[in-house]
Design a protein around this ligand. Structure first.
Ligand SMILES: C[S@@+](CC[C@H](N)C(=O)[O-])C[C@H]1O[C@@H](n2cnc3c(N)ncnc32)[C@H](O)[C@@H]1O
Length: 228
C-alpha cells in the first residue's frame, strides 16, 4: 500500500465521525455564518467556478455553493465523498487527486482547500497544478493551521496506524512549526499578493464550542494569493 492509499484509508474510516462532528447542531449555524463570511471575502464575486481540493465531507464546498458559486469538490477517500454527496445541495463531487486534479487548464476561477495542505504529499507540485487550472486573475485560498508542531508521532490510535513513518516522511508541511512554510509554497509557486490572515472568528467559535477530541484550540489561517 503506497502513501496516498494509507491516507485514503484513514480518511475513509474517519469519515462518519468527522462528518458527524462537523454537523453538530449546537455549532452548525454559527459555523455556517463564520465560514460563509470568510469564503465570501476570499473569493471572486459569485458566480465563479470553484474547485475544492481534499473536500472531505464537503462542508467547504457546500458553504461556497450557498454563496452562489459553481463548486466541484474532489477527494480520494470514497467514504468522505459519500458523506459529501449525502448532504445534497448544488456542489458536485468526484474522485480526484489534490496533487494532480483531473481537469483541463483554465477551468476554474478559484481553487480552495481547508485542512489539506498539511497532509499533501507534494504541496509544491500541487500548487503548480492548481495555478494551471486557473483563469487569468484567478485566486487560490486555503485554510490550515500548525496541527502537529511536535511531530505526527505524538498522536496515537488509528491515526498513527495509517499515518505511519512512511506517510510522515512524505508530508513536508505536516509538522511545520508555523504557518509560514505553507505560505512560502504559494510565494515560491509565483502567486502574487500572498497574504496570511489569522481567522479570529473561528478561534472564538472554538473557544466557545470546543474542538474535536484529540485537538487543541489553536489559530487557523487563511492563505490567499492570485495569479496574474
Ligand atoms: C482534514 S480533512 C479536510 C476535509 C475538508 N476539506 C474540511 O475542511 O473538512 C483532509 C482531507 O484531505 C483529503 N486528501 C488528502 N490527500 C489528498 C489528495 N492527495 N487528494 C485528494 N484528497 C486528499 C482526505 O481524504 C481528507 O478528506
Amino acid at each position: 500500500m503506497n502513501v496516498q492509499d494509507r491516507i485514503n484509508e484513514y480518511w475513509t474510516g474517519r469519515a462518519p465521525s468527522y462528518d458527524d462532528y462537523q454537523q453538530q447542531p449546537a455549532r452548525l449555524d454559527a459555523d455556517r455564518a463564520a465560514w460563509g463570511a470568510i469564503w465570501a471575502a476570499a473569493l471572486p464575486a459569485a458566480p465563479a467556478d470553484v474547485l475544492d481540493v481534499g473536500t472531505g465531507s464537503g462542508q467547504v464546498a457546500h458553504t461556497i455553493a450557498r454563496l452562489g458559486h459553481r463548486v466541484t469538490g474532489i477527494d480520494l477517500a470514497e467514504g468522505m465523498l459519500e458523506r459529501a454527496r449525502a448532504h445534497g445541495g448544488d456542489a458536485t463531487f468526484r474522485s480526484g487527486d489534490a496533487v494532480e486534479p483531473p481537469f483541463r487548464p483554465a477551468r476554474f476561477d478559484a481553487v480552495v482547500s481547508r485542512y489539506v495542505m498539511w497532509t499533501l504529499r507534494e504541496p509544491a507540485r500541487a500548487v503548480a497544478n492548481w495555478i494551471r487550472l486557473l483563469r487569468p486573475g484567478g485566486t487560490i485560498a486555503v485554510v490550515d493551521s500548525t496541527w502537529f508542531p511536535d511531530g505526527l508521532d505524538a498522536s496515537g490510535g488509528d491515526f498513527s496506524r495509517w499515518y505511519d513513518a512512511s506517510v510522515r516522511a512524505a508530508l513536508p508541511l505536516a509538522a511545520a512549526p508555523s504557518i509560514q512554510p505553507t505560505a512560502d509554497v504559494f510565494t515560491a509557486a509565483g502567486l502574487t499578493d500572498v497574504r496570511v490572515t489569522p481567522l479570529t472568528t473561528i478561534l472564538e467559535l472554538d473557544r466557545t464550542f470546543g474542538v474535536a477530541p484529540g485537538h487543541e484550540v489553536q489559530m487557523q489561517y487563511l492563505i490567499r494569493g492570485a495569479v496574474r
